[in-house]
Design a protein around this ligand. Sequence first.
Ligand code: ADE
Length: 246
Amino acid sequence: MRIDVLTLFPSMFTPMNESMMWKARDIGTLDLRVRDIRDFTTDRHRTADDIPYGGGGGMIMKPDVLVRAIEETLDDAPAGTPVIYMSPQGRVFSHAIAQELAQHERLVILCGHYEGIDERVLELAVTDEISIGDYVLTGGELAAMVVMDAVVRLLPGVLGAEGAAERDSHADGVLEGPHYTRPTVFRGLVVPEVLQGGNHSAIEAWRREQALRRTWRNRPDLLMKAELSEDEKYLLAKFANEDTTR
Ligand code: ADE
């Protein structure tokens, strides 16, 4: 997958040189091109923003510069390539959106700064507006990295363990349960016995129950949409009677 990021702050993307993102680039799965929006300006001062019509504070990123940047970046991209503007006004990012974006050969991500961008850029050149949550960041760069990380880890070969992405929290509508490694006893806390044995179906059943319990406690809203068997619905009734203070 090729991802072009358009930003006023290219150096903010150094975390994309680490860990799994580095691996994705190393194995050729991710071709990340971070482009400086100022390279698409035409004046001596490399002006990318201007004062807002109607007054009010803050500066607005200029439509001519942004549309030129997007059009030149799209260049030979396949029809239907998403052009995503990171913004708190967008649809809220989720695992389902990450899966949808992971299907594309190319993505273009536009990072805003200052008060925002001229509305005509959205009308002319942006296909999708994405928010990473109901709070306001100073710019779209961190949000763009969140989206890229969540998308790229779904691409084949990026995660080591087979099926790791399928076991993710949110992949099947519930949160992941707890994990343990050695030692068996740590500060008096013991790894659950079922995990120490080799009974795989018992382990799977235990994991599912733990996942449902955690979802019940932390994100009950998710259970409204999750597909649950009759036995699992029965478990929910059991959780409702448990002490939730621990
Ligand atoms: N830019 C500023 N705030 C943002 C948010 N919550 N999500 C995505 N982009 C943003």
